[in-house]
Ligand binder design. Structure first.
Ligand code: MN
Length: 416
C-alpha cells in the first residue's frame, strides 16, 4: 500500500503477531535477536507488551518491537534487557480473566522457561525493583517513546533521560533473516493466489466489496491470520484515492480497478497492487498510462541495489521512477505526468506492512515495496503497480514476480 500518509498509516499499519509456537519463526531466533540487541546495547532497555481488557472483541495484537524480540503473544508482559541479561515479567494467573481470554502463562508455571524461551521469568510485581537495580548499574535508559506505560516510567524516573528504544531495534528489523524471508514469501504466495482468484471472478456489474471478499476468503482459506491491511479496491475514479478502502461502487466495463491487498501469514505481511480492466480489455488510453507506470516500476526495480537510497531527490530509486514518468506520455493539457505520482515509491515490509525504516541507503537483506502510480482525477483513473522486492548483494529479487503485470498477460488471464 502507498507510503506517505501518516494518518492513514497509523490506521492500517498496526502490529502483526502470531502465536510464537505456531508461526514460522522458531524460539531460537527470538533469543538470537535479543543477543544481537544486547551486543550493541549500552544501557538498560524496557519494553512494555500490549495490554488487554476483558471487553476485547478484536484479536490481540502484540506491540511489534516487543513481538520481534520475544515472540510473546500474551498481554501485559514486560521485557527488561541489559547488556548482561534479559528478563521477562508476566502477570499472575487470574481465573476470571482467563475465563474470557483463555489460559494464560505466568512466572510461577513449572514450564515458564520453556514456554517463554527466557532463562529469567518473574512476576510483574518484581519489575520496578529489578529496573531500579539495572539503572543503578547503567547510565543509559531506553524505552519506546509512546504509550501510557512510558508516561508512568517518565514520572517514576523523572531525573533520568529516557532515549528512544526504537532505533536500535529497527536496525535489526530492517534486515530480514532466512526464516523471515520465508514467512514474507509465504504471505506473498497466498496473496498472489488471491489476486488471481479475483481475476477469475471479476465481471462488469460486480461491486468493489465483492472483490475484497474474494481476496479475504483466500487468505483465511489458506491458513493466514487475515489481511495485512484492509483491502483497497478502487474502481474508476476511486482508483485515484490512495487509501480508498473498498466500498460499494458498482464496476463497469471500460473502467480499470486498482486492487491493493495482501495477506498476513505467520505474523508477516506482504503488499501487492495490480490494476486491471473490469471488462477484460484495457482501452487505448488506459493501456498507454498503464505501460508508463509499468515502465517506471521496471526502471526503479532495475536501479535497486545496496548503496542506493529509496527516497530523496538525488541518487534515489524514487528519482529514477519520477524521471521515467516525466519523460513518458502527457496529461490532457500536454503536461508531463510526474505530478500525478503523489506518494512515496516504497517502504519496508515485515512484521508490519509498513515496517520501520532506517535513514540510509538500501542494504542486502532488506525487503521493500516498489509501487509507482499515476492518479489523474480529471481522467477518472488511478493506476498503481506494486511488488515486494528483496535487496540482494548485487541487485533485487522480486518476491511477487509470479503475479503477471504485463498488460497482455493480464488480458489473457482475464479472458473467460
Ligand atoms: Mn505498499
Amino acid at each position: 500500500m502507498a507510503w506517505g500518509l501518516s494518518i492513514a498509516l497509523s490506521l492500517c499499519a498496526v502490529a502483526s503477531a502470531a502465536p510464537a509456537t505456531s508461526g514460522d519463526i522458531q524460539p531460537d531466533e527470538f533469543r538470537s535477536r535479543r543477543e544481537a540487541l544486547r551486543k550493541s546495547l549500552d544501557g538498560v532497555m524496557v519494553l512494555f507488551g500490549q495490554r488487554e481488557g476483558l471487553d476485547v472483541v478484536f484479536h490481540f495484537r502484540q506491540e511489534p518491537n516487543f513481538y520481534y524480540l520475544t515472540g510473546w503473544t500474551e498481554p501485559g508482559a514486560i521485557l527488561l534487557v541489559t547488556p548482561a541479561e534479559e528478563t521477562l515479567f508476566l502477570p499472575h494467573h487470574d481465573e476470571h480473566a482467563e475465563r474470557f481470554l483463555g489460559k494464560r502463562s505466568s512466572a510461577e508455571d513449572a514450564n515458564a522457561h520453556q514456554a517463554t524461551g527466557f532463562d529469567r521469568v518473574l512476576g510483574v510485581e518484581k519489575f520496578e525493583t529489578e529496573l531500579d537495580g539495572a539503572l543503578s548499574r547503567f547510565a543509559k535508559f531506553y524505552a519506546l517513546s509512546s504509550g501510557p506505560d512510558r508516561v508512568k516510567l517518565q514520572a517514576r524516573y523523572a531525573f533520568r533521560e529516557i532515549s528512544d528504544a526504537a532505533p536500535p531495534i529497527t536496525k535489526l528489523r530492517v534486515k530480514k533473516s532466512d526464516a523471515e524471508l520465508a514467512a514474507i514469501q509465504r504471505a506473498t504466495d497466498v496473496t498472489i493466489d488471491a489476486h488471481r482468484a479475483t481475476w477469475k471472478r471479476i465481471e462488469p456489474g460486480m461491486y468493489e466489496h465483492q472483490l475484497s471478499a474474494v481476496l479475504m476468503s483466500v487468505y483465511l482459506d489458506r491458513g493466514c491470520e487475515g489481511v495485512a491491511y484492509d483491502p483497497i479496491v478502487g474502481s474508476g475514479p476511486n482508483g485515484a484515492v490512495l487509501h480508498y478502502f473498498s466500498g460499494g461502487r458498482r464496476m463497469d466495463r471500460g473502467e480499470v480497478v486498482l486492487m491493493d491487498s495482501a495477506a498476513e501469514c505467520g505474523g508477516y505481511a506482504s503488499d501487492i497492487t495490480r490494476t486491471i480492466p473490469v471488462g477484460g480489455k484495457f482501452s487505448k488510453r488506459q493501456r498507454e498510462l498503464y505501460q508508463i507506470v509499468l515502465g517506471a516500476q521496471k526502471a526503479a526495480i532495475a536501479a535497486i541495489k545496496p548503496g542506493i537510497r529509496m527516497g530523496g531527490e538525488e541518487n534515489s530509486v524514487t528519482k529514477v521512477a519520477k524521471d521515467y514518468l516525466n519523460s513518458h506520455g502527457k496529461d490532457t493539457h500536454g503536461e508531463p505526468l510526474g505530478k500525478y505520482f503523489t506518494h512515496g515509491l516504497g517502504h519496508p515490509v515485515g512484521l508490519q506492512v509498513h515496517d520501520p525504516n532506517v535513514d540510509g541507503p538500501l542494504e542486502a537483506g532488506m525487503v521493500v515495496t516498489v509501487e509507482p502510480g499515476l492518479y489523474i482525477p480529471e481522467e477518472g483513473i488511478g493506476i498503481r503497480i506494486e511488488d515486494v522486492v528483496l535487496v540482494t548483494e548485487h541487485g533485487a529479487k522480486v518476491l511477487s514476480a509470479a503475479l503477471p503485470k504485463e498488460p497482455d498477460e493480464i488480458e489473457a488471464a482475464l479472458a473467460k
